[in-house]
Design a protein around this ligand. Structure first.
Ligand code: NAD
Ligand code: TYD
Length: 357
């Protein structure tokens, strides 16, 4: 079977890192299907300009006809689904987009893939994989002393975002059990790294700090997330694609739980070192506690022992090394930052932060 893969959402944060990481270790062609919503950015892919192993197609995972055509033309051996609406705060303001893309879109992608897969030879059917990229947020919120999420935790999503991702995970599972589609699902913790859109905490902190703006901390800042460097998430996905057991789910995490306020302090300290403020004061001066997010999950933590024991995967970066690289990347790429802070981005910032005390 040909080694081409179809990646969806490959112009977003994790998807673009995945496509670049994939092409750095394989000569197989990548078909990159992305709808280029506000979060999709062709500037994430400029390093691939002129590389004929990368075929970009603008379109939606909700467009069954388009996907059927792409699958028939390119005959991929795998589909890796990153395409989604991904920001919790936006899901609170506009849940409808999350239902359409994450649930209906994933359904259409699955169903078109099933049609293609049914037509493959027995050998190619066995080799084919549909890998669905999901989140730890489907498991809900942990209390301080609860054990970390394992793959057998109940699904208890709390936001429209996590509920829509949970629904998509269930559809993926059902397509395996009902139709035999060879699926894999990964549930990963919070990512950070290059090309992260600055609506999310870490890039928002870096870009706001440098622009002399407030660093908004929701509530008491004691919410805990388990941070993973994006290249490690991508290597985990590659490993699951290569060796994961069909029908299984794998949690991917960094064994790195941190309270938000500690993330904020770390980013400030790194910037104080790399790009000190003109007045000699710390970027910590810009920290502002603001009204909490409604329904804010208190703690996420991933138990990544299944992927480690079964597939031998471990993150390469620690938080200390990954966050340093990340801060440096934003300092080195002011043009990328300037371009993503378009009028639409400014409208979002106004919408999300204006009503907070
Ligand atoms: P992102 O918002 O940066 O990128 C999403 C991409 O999907 C964008 O390029 C966008 O244009 C594209 N897209 C949106 N709707 C589409 C559609 N209908 N058809 C085709 N493309 C469409 O998101 P991200 O942070 O890169 O997340 C990627 C995936 O990983 C998502 O499924 C998300 O749920 C999951 N995930 C993210 C994190 C994280 O920390 N960011 C953690 C775990 C899992
Ligand atoms: P975010 O990056 O939006 O990821 P998620 O909500 O998917 O975990 O937020 C990470 C954490 O940071 C989360 O607890 C919410 C918090 N947060 C802030 O305190 N201030 C902000 O301006 C943002 C965007 C997030």
């Amino acid at each position: 079977m040909n080694k081409t893969i179809l990646v969806t959402g490959g112009a977003g944060f994790i998807g673009s890192n995945f496509v670049m990481g994939w092409l750095a270790q394989s000569d197989a062609t990548v078909i990159n299907l992305d709808y280029l919503t506000y979060a999709g950015n062709m500037e994430n892919l400029t390093s691939l300009e002129g590389d004929n192993r990368h075929i970009f197609v603008k379109g939606s995972i909700g467009d069954a006809e388009l996907i059927t055509g792409l699958l028939a033309t390119h005959q991929p051996c795998a589909v890796v689904n990153f395409a989604a609406e991904s920001h919790v705060d936006r899901s609170i303001h506009s849940p409808e987009d999350f239902i359409q893309t994450n649930i209906v879109g994933t359904f259409r992608l699955l169903d078109a893939t099933r049609g293609y897969w049914n037509g493959l030879s027995t050998e190619d059917k066995a080799a084919f994989r549909f890998l669905h990229v999901s989140t730890d947020e489907v498991y809900g919120s942990l209390k301080k002393d609860d054990p970390a999420f394992s793959e057998t935790n109940r699904y208890e999503p709390n936001s429209p975002y996590s509920a829509s991702k949970a629904a998509s995970d269930h559809l993926v599972r059902a397509y395996h059990h009902t139709y035999g589609l060879p699926v894999l699902t990964t549930n990963c913790s919070n990512n950070y790294g290059p090309f992260h859109f600055p609506e999310k905490l870490i890039p928002l902190l870096i870009t706001n700090a440098l622009a002399n703006k407030n660093l908004p901390v929701y509530g008491d800042g004691q919410q805990i997330r388990d941070w993973l460097y994006v290249a490690d998430h991508c290597s985990g996905i590659r490993r699951v694609l290569e060796a994961g057991r069909v029908g299984e789910t794998y949690n991917i995490g960094g064994w790195n739980e941190m309270a938000n306020i500690d993330i904020v302090h770390t980013v400030c300290d790194l910037l104080d070192e790399a790009r000190p403020r003109a007045d000699g004061k710390s970027y910590r001066e810009q920290i502002t506690f603001v009204t909490d997010r409604p329904g804010h999950d208190r703690r996420y933590a991933i138990d990544a022992s299944k992927i480690e024991q079964e597939l031998g995967w471990k993150p390469a970066e620690t938080f200390a090394t990954g966050i340093r690289k990340t801060v440096q990347w934003y300092l080195d790429n002011p043009e990328w930052v300037a371009h993503v802070q378009s009028g639409a981005y400014r409208d979002w910032v106004e919408k999300n932060y204006a009503g907070r005390d």
